[in-house]
Design a protein around this ligand. Sequence first.
Ligand code: ADP
Length: 437
Amino acid sequence: MNIIWTRAIVSLALLAALCAAIGAFAGVRVALAFAVLMLVVQGFFVTYHMQRLWRLLEAPVYGEVPSALGIWGEIYYRLHKLAKRWHAQVRQVEQQHARFIQAIQASPNGVAMLDDHDQIEWCNDIAEKHFGLDAKRDLRQHITHLVRNPDFVRYLNAHHYEEMLVMRGMGVHRKYTVSVQVFPYGENRKLVLTQDITELERTDSMRRDFVANVSHELKTPLTVLSGFLETMRELPLDEIDRMRYLDMMEQQASRMQNIVRDLLVLANLEGDMRPPGDELLDMRAVMRHLEDDANSLSSGRHRISFHSDDALTVAGAETEVMSALGNLVTNAVRYTPDGGAIEVSWQRMKDRAVFTVRDSGLGIPAEHIPRLTERFYRVDRSRSRDTGGTGLGLAIVKHVLQRHSAELDVKSEVGRGSTFIVRFPASRTALRKSLAA
Ligand code: ADP
């Protein structure tokens, strides 16, 4: 027997005893009237609290325990405890849910959940971006009404989700390439995962282009070389022709050697650690070296001038910087017709070291400038080859400069000449004290 029954029986027993006592002193009628009065009062009391309880259940007020006498106080108190526990559990579940959503939002991949009718139940921001959806507007919509790509519709309906689907031109601006895979779960529900593979595809196609370019660049001199070999074997040649053929073969072999050398330089630059930030270069020696090389390549065909701030230097890898700046200087010589002028300067501008090569050469049409540092990119193929170019010089320059956090700026006008400017960052620029004084 619980407390309610015990209290009810005790109250009734007390009422009966009181009525019996009243009956003995004042008669049966008075006792009955008293009993009826007491039952009516009890009825009001119970009805009042039932109504209070009803209101409380309709609009619970957390944290407040309604005060009441006797068993009703106990009922309110217990109800309040129950509500508090329930409320704490709901908050805990809500917090877990929020953390779960945050974790999925933090994922670099897109996640969309579909119900058993392939309607979108929920999706994260990345999935919104990949599919060009609006999570608020598009919830409960059938996904194929929004993602109408025929490949996707076919993939979703085929129910063979072992392989992923690659979709190109995705997103609002159609700029993403996305891999999509569906994972069924629960009762006919689906989890759709998306991954942005735009960059992956781009590097993959760059790798393919690069392999094709290298093969092509090596194939041309190889074909020429084997042609000469065949000619030499099959034709009876006099000494003069033989020497001429051998010279031409040597040219092709050295062209291949140059390509392989530059490819190795690029491969090393990509694999090496970042150049040191505290080793100052001997820029006086570098500039002297560059001047000697320019003069020997030009053999007096150009007017060449060098101006440099001897105290100015940068921190980095000397061989790399020398090869990058050297490429710019030799290009100026190679792409400037005889009689032209080449000015090279090494100066401090604000707090940055700046290397400038200005030539009065052929110039470069504006549309080519953004692509100059691509591997094997040439504005004029035959001129590059004639002057011994591999098409990799400016790619090497770009890599070296990137590794030193320096920038390359190219200004050019066709027929008037070009200016290549290298700006080293202030963090790598320094003045040699003994020379600066
Ligand atoms: P290359 O070995 O062909 O010279 P680079 O990567 O050094 O390769 O240069 C890429 C292209 O940029 C060259 O083929 C050439 O057309 C153009 N170029 C580079 N420097 C100059 C310059 N100073 N004047 C005119 N064109 C230039």
